[in-house]
Every structure is written in structure tokens, then in C-alpha cells.
Ligand binder design. Sequence first.
Ligand SMILES: Cc1ncc(C[n+]2csc(CCOP(=O)(O)OP(=O)(O)O)c2C)c(N)n1
Ligand SMILES: [Mg+2]
Length: 555
Amino acid sequence: MKVKAVNGFARILKAEGIPWVSCYPTSPVNNALGEEGVPILMMGEERFAVAVADAFSRVTCGKQIGVCTVMAGLNAAGIQMAFGAVAQAWEDSSPVLVIAEGVGAGATRHTHFDMAGAFKPITKWVGEIDRAELVPDYLRRAFTHLRSGRPGPVLLLIPRDLGEYDTDEHPYTPVKGWRTGPDPDDVTTAIATLIAAKAPLLHVGEGVYYADATAELLRFAELAQIPVMTTLKAKGAFPENHPLAVGVRGSLTEHFLRKCDVLFSIGSSLFPNRFSHAIPDAEAKTIVQCTVDLLDINRSYETRHAVIGDAKLTLQALTEEFSKRTGGGRKNPALLDEIRTAKEAFLAKFRPWMESSETPINPYRVIGDLMKVLDPKASFVTADSGNTRDQTSTVYEAQIPRGHLGWGNVSTLGFSLAGAVGAKLAYPQRQCVHITGDAGVCYMMGSFEAVARYGIGITTLHINNGGYSGYGPGFWGGGHDPFTWKVSEHGSACMATMARAVGFHAEDISQPSEIIPALRRALDENAKGRPAFLEFICSHHPVHGGWVRGGSGGH
Ligand SMILES: Cc1ncc(C[n+]2csc(CCOP(=O)(O)OP(=O)(O)O)c2C)c(N)n1
Ligand SMILES: [Mg+2]
């Protein structure tokens, strides 16, 4: 049967199980999606359209692929604005499919902008479809990249006037994606190293999420009785209320990171960025790195022991070898005591703020009360760039996989709204909340109308601390204070009023005792399909758990 190229394209997306496509006007694929019965979500700008699709891929750990379209072709405005969002997906290895209009045959001399060239450094693959009958081939390759190996964004360019192709001659079967298993010799070495360790630490990265290996991780950690820390992006991959959990950052994590003699890493690049730890005294420790991607080997630290392969297959092999060598699991009550004591010391610093009745409200009180209200087994929390990320990632306890989305090798303001929207679309039954600051809110305001229009019941928590708090006095030197950080007083700029005007349930809260009732009202509104915005009048309190820096193993 003959179909137009864009319709064949849309049918293939449907066959691949794509539930909706987020977009911003316009793309020749959008109409075809309508004709083929694939809903589109028309957002408020391109960056958000990409970010929602990106977030959907992240929160489903690539089990579902987020897809978006943006304007391009001879008017590259859309794809140019989308660049930052795609770059972020690339930095964080998120498997999002971006579709844009290609430049048709003979028209390349009419544009200055080399789309494929511009996006090659920030995508896993760019496909430029130049003949109608190649639509199935290009989508087959796109989904192979999206579903196999280290995840990452793919850009497909499809011109509007490609003509037709015959689907009987060029059929399409959905792509399953492929995994690689570990070398058994490397598994033996890794387990021998682990068994010989005096103070091992499991260091868990987001690869465990993408490999769907959280159950295998739990089994392995319990069998081997090892403390478990996660990277920010892997927060929640191991239940943070588990007696072996040592969190993401702060004194509890730091104690075990410094103390360990074997750092046993699974699913992490191990590169120390702005939002992760360096490995202290790396040369004095033995590092075992289990990862899917050779790019990470001998990258930030010299690799002596590596296991290359999918994290699920690797954890299964490690568990089997460990059981064989130890005759079943082992017990370590002294370790559990040590974790409990270190956790108590860590909480002793933050708990008073989480329970504080001071005004302006301490931001930790909002997070503490949020933890009292949310169902820990059916909720999702993410936070924005700035103090909200740092404070949430320090004290919020994620008990289920993707109960928290940590993102941001490069952490871009405004992404938390997309995170919550992507989560709500993926898990409609969950309470989905994101925490953002004054700068974060400004970065997302233009997208609120679409969230309300589609009835996406998420809650925005705006921590109004009167400015860009982490950039306060002294951050860039005295000369720029106060202009680097202060924003308008709440009396003259009420963000809750703006959110209400575009369809959100909205409140502003200045009393700590009002936090829990307001959260409950917001979640009730969410359950009815209405987003909610709560603006908390908070203190300037830029305190959070630290990252271990330095060491000689990379910066
Ligand atoms: C797109 C982008 N530009 C700049 C930054 C740098 N940046 C990080 S946090 C921040 C200010 C955050 O202020 P606010 O949202 O009020 O949060 P607070 O730290 O005060 O809680 C800025 C400018 C960024 N992360 N992303
Ligand atoms: Mg602020």
C-alpha cells in the first residue's frame, strides 16, 4: 500500500508504542500524526516540548521512548531553541527522539544553518531521511540506538515533500533493542576483589535504572551486605529507607566514601562533575567499575577492574558468583549499626530545620512536611537547579524506583516542571511534585498554560527565598552584590497569582502550620486533573549536604 512518507513515519511511531508526541509548531509530521491517531501535546515552547519527551524517557528508564517534534527546515527557529534541551539530554544520556523538518532536495543553499552538523556533537545519531522508501530504515536505526547500549538522544530530519513509498515493499517491525552480557572472567575477578575487601562500598549510577535492574541490585546488596550509595541521577534506585542505604550526599555518604577500600561501582560513569562526588584517595582504593560503555573506562580514574555489560545481566552474574564463593549470603550487624549511627548524626543536622516553626519558612520544613503528606510508595519528586535541588537531594527519602528524578550533569533551570509532567504522563496514579525556586519558576512560566490545558495534575512547590540564593553575597565576589541575586518582593511579584491566571489551583503560604493543609489541597486538586502551584515564603538558607571534592583522581 502506498503512503506519504510522513504518514508512514507516523504509523511506525504508533507501531513502536509511542503514546503521544510533544511539540511546538510546526512539523510536517504533526498532521500525519493526527491522521494516524497519535495524539500530540502542543506545548508553550520548544525547550519544554523536548524536555517533556526527555523526562518521559528518563522516568520510564527508556522502557518507553519520549518523542517530540520542533520546527526546522528553512526556518530553523524551533530547532535552534531546542538545542539546549537536546544538549541536556545528551549530557544526561537520555534516549529521546527529536523529529524536525529536513531541508528538501536542492534547497540547502537557502539556509545558513547546518542542522545535522550542529546536532551531531550532542546526539547519539542524526538521521537525514532523503528518500521516502528509506523511512522504515531510518526509524529502524533510530530505535536501535534509542533502545540499545548507553542511552542518548537521536535526531531525525524529514523534509516535507519526500513523496510516497510502498509499505508492502518496505515493511516495518518494531525494534526490540539489544543487551550485552559481562565476560565471566571479569565477574570472577570483581567478586574476588569484593570478597577480599575490608570496607567495600556499592556505588550505584543511573545505568541500574536503565537496565531495569533495581530488584537485582537489592538482591546483590543484601546478599553481600554492603553499604549502598547512589549518584544524584540514580537516587531511589536503592530504597533510601533501607538499612544498607547511605544516600547521595552529606556526612553519611561521605563517611563511607572516604572509608571504603573497594569502591564497587555499577552503572555509573564515575566522572566527578559539579553534582557528584570525586573519589577521595582514589589511588589508595581499589575501584571496580561495571558499566555498559567503554567510554567510561580509564576516563576519570585508571581502571584496573572493569566488567563491561548491561547492569541487569552483570548484577545477575555477580550475584551468582558471590553466592557460589560464599555459600549464600553473609551477615554484618556491626555494619548496620555503623550506618544507623552515621545516619542519625547526619539527620541531627537537618531534622531541626525540617521541623522548624520559624518564619520566613525554612525551606527544609517544606520538604519535611512534603514527606509526611506524600505516599512514599506512589509518588514522584524532582527539584530544580539551585538550592531546591541541593536541599531535596540531601534530605528527601526516595523509597521506590524513580520515586525521585535526579538529573543534571549540566543542571538547567526549569527542567523540574518537565520532569513532573513526564512522570505524571508515565504514572498517572502517582502524586507528582516538583520543587523549584524563583529563577526556576521564571524559566517555566510560559509552559504552565499547556500543563493546565491538558489537565496534567502535578504540583509545583515554589520556594520563594527572595532571590537566586546560591548566588548570594560573596558568591561571585563582593562587587556584584546584590545585583546577582535579588528578585522582586513577594508583595509586588506574586507567582501564585500568575499560575492561577492560567488555570492552576494556586496558594501562597507564609506560615509553617499551613504547609501540610495546603499540600493536601493541592494533591486533591491534582487527583481531579488540575495542576497546583504553592508559593512558600521562605528564608534564604543555602545549606545542604556536600560533595566530596578533589582527591588526585580527577576534578
Ligand atoms: C539555564 C540555566 N542558566 C543558569 C543556571 C545557573 N543557575 C543555577 S541555580 C541559579 C539560580 C537559582 O535561583 P532560584 O531558582 O531562586 O533557586 P534558589 O537557589 O534561590 O533556591 C542559576 C542562575 C542554570 N542552572 N540553568
Ligand atoms: Mg530563590
